[in-house]
Ligand binder design. Structure first.
Ligand SMILES: *[C@@H]1O[C@H](CO)[C@@H](O)[C@H](O)[C@H]1NC(C)=O
Ligand SMILES: *[C@@H]1O[C@H](CO)[C@@H](O)[C@H](O)[C@H]1NC(C)=O
Ligand SMILES: *[C@@H]1O[C@H](CO)[C@@H](O)[C@H](O)[C@H]1NC(C)=O
Ligand SMILES: *[C@@H]1O[C@H](CO)[C@@H](O)[C@H](O)[C@H]1NC(C)=O
Ligand SMILES: *[C@@H]1O[C@H](CO)[C@@H](O)[C@H](O)[C@H]1NC(C)=O
Length: 486
């Protein structure tokens, strides 16, 4: 090759390399996302997988092992954590044969050249949550050992490790200091055995940490301490200073692990994030503030005071889920970085350059017609409104109504229209779903009012989960109808 050509070639390579770098082609090391699917209209897994690739997301945590979803990940190289739901723990604790079948059908099937990069199996999801009253205490650890044994026996054990995503309420500190951290009394015996197993097995400890919930659950919680700007009044713990609740919480776990005799067990954050609706502190502005502070630390490989360095985390979550239980609060259905239709809500730079850019939205999403169902203003007799709004909200999702939420400024009839439209969209815009005893009508003008989006539902590709309307949705409906009549 002539010298000039060589130089030109080298120059091009140089440009390509720096271009790649500018695009942050590698994404952020250690960043994954949770992909939950408790939605009335799940997106096509192939669309979601392309969205993950577009955003350079290289790790994924699932809550089950749905074959359609997992298959869509084949050939992508994305690291996958499969999930086993809590209601299966008893079965896997008691029946090793079932564990072998699970591994065969949900793991081995996907392992081939160009298959799925499965790395972890999450056995249960926050099974020791206080609210479960100890109901999974006896079954979780036996299920963990059985599943790992079945993985080992099938020849996957070196690469695929079991773990248990635990809520941060599994440990506590008697004071506000991380150094007083230890496992919660009622779980301590089992936790000590389990973390030793994880340590010997080279499994990570997976913990879900929610600064938002600290704020939600305690009205006196100092708001600055939920974020990463260092504006909060620091907590002094021995020779270390804590300026945010994430670090303090994480390092409380580090101390609990020390006391349990496994000071070097790897910690992975299984869920961390901020919701955008359903509470006065849940909105896109605060979510953006939280994520941008968090990602900056990830890029800098800052870690926490006791565990400086790179960290492994899964953000919660990828998409909104309109059928999640709202028992913990209305914000539960609004954890998505992306909306139900895969469109981004706020600035978040997955390339790690901290730019004010939107993540890349889902492509090729098919929407239903531009039709909305609203209250018919010709109607003067409103006596049936409370009953109909209660029905609509019980069967759909009205969690954006209410104090501090995106639709809080609607007037009474705006509330009614919102509820009617949510029900209409949930039911795929069927004409019967816009009747409400003659109170409603279908319109083709965008019914959106200011901040309050009146959505058009997508054409669902998933199994219709809508038959499984949860009891809790019914209660919300009643609650909303109650405050609406007032
Ligand atoms: C495989 O996983 C799916 C989805 O989580 C589950 O429904 C199915 O029962 C599992 N298969 C076996 C054999 O346990
Ligand atoms: C736990 O106990 C509380 C209070 O006794 C009860 O209201 C709740 O339903 C129980 N939860 C479960 C999952 O058993
Ligand atoms: C309003 O509608 C209700 C229910 O259909 C009916 O019982 C009531 O008589 C009506 N009121 C008036 C003033 O027409
Ligand atoms: C609309 O509904 C919200 C939430 O239920 C409630 O706070 C508000 O007061 C309602 N507005 C009117 C005018 O009824
Ligand atoms: C309705 O209007 C809102 C606000 O301008 C907009 O965001 C939304 O995309 C519109 N919906 C449709 C289906 O055009």
């Amino acid at each position: 090759m002539a010298r000039a050509e060589f130089l030109l070639g080298a120059f091009c390579v140089l440009i390509m390399v720096s271009f790649d770098h500018a695009q942050g082609a590698d994404g952020i090391d250690g960043i994954g996302v949770n992909w939950g699917n408790i939605a009335s209209h799940p997106l096509d897994p192939h669309i979601v997988v392309n969205m993950l690739k577009d955003n350079k997301i290289k790790k994924l945590k699932l809550f089950d092992a749905d074959s359609w979803t997992v298959s869509a990940l084949a050939g992508t190289g994305i690291e996958v954590m499969l999930g086993i739901p809590n209601d299966q723990l008893k079965r896997f604790a008691n029946d090793y044969g079932d564990c072998k079948d699970w591994v065969k059908e949900n793991v081995t099937k996907h392992i081939y050249d160009g298959g799925v990069n499965i790395r972890y199996v999450a056995v249960g999801n926050e099974p020791f949550l206080k609210a479960y009253n100890g109901s999974n205490l006896k079954t979780t650890f036996p299920a963990v050992k059985n599943i790992q044994k079945a993985l080992d026996e099938a020849g996957h054990g070196d690469k695929i490790k079991v773990t248990v995503p635990l809520n941060a309420d599994v440990y506590e500190s008697g004071s506000d200091k991380p150094s007083d951290g230890r496992f919660r009394k009622d779980t301590e015996d089992i936790m000590i055995q389990m973390v030793k197993f994880f340590n010997d097995n080279k499994s990570p400890f997976v913990v879900n940490i929610y600064p938002f919930l600290s704020l939600f659950q305690n009205p006196d919680f100092p708001k600055d301490f939920a974020f990463f700007d260092g504006a909060g009044k620091p907590i002094q713990d021995r020779n270390l200073q804590y300026t945010n609740v994430f670090d303090a919480n994480h390092d409380t776990l580090v101390w609990a692990l020390k006391r349990a005799g496994v000071p070097n067990l790897k910690i992975t954050v299984g869920e961390v994030g901020w919701p955008t609706d359903g509470d006065k502190n849940a909105n896109p502005e605060l979510a953006q503030k939280f994520y941008s502070g968090f990602l900056k630390r990830m890029v800098a490989k800052k870690g926490t005071p006791l565990r400086p360095g790179p960290m492994d985390v899964y953000l919660f979550g990828l998409l909104d889920e309109d059928m999640k239980s709202v028992a913990p609060g209305h914000f539960e259905r609004h954890w998505g970085i992306f909306r139900y239709d895969g469109q981004p809500k706020f600035h978040l730079d997955f390339t790690g350059q901290g730019r004010a850019v939107m993540p890349v939205g889902a492509k090729g999403v098919q929407y239903q017609d531009k039709k909305w169902c609203v209250f018919n203003k010709d109607i003067k007799n409103l006596s049936l409104v409370p009953k109909e709004i209660a029905y609509a909200c019980a069967q759909s999702d009205c969690t954006s109504l209410g104090y501090g939420c995106s639709c809080q400024n609607l007037d009474m009839l705006g509330n009614v229209s919102y509820a009617f439209n949510m029900y209409f969209q949930m039911n795929d815009q069927s004409v019967e779903a816009c009747h409400f005893n003659g109170l409603a009508k279908i319109v083709t003008d965008n019914a959106t009012k200011g901040e309050c989006l009146f959505p058009i539902q997508i054409v669902s590709s998933g199994e219709m989960l809508k038959v499984m309307i949860k009891g809790s949705a019914f209660l919300v409906g009643l609650f909303l109808s109650f405050i609406t009549i007032m």
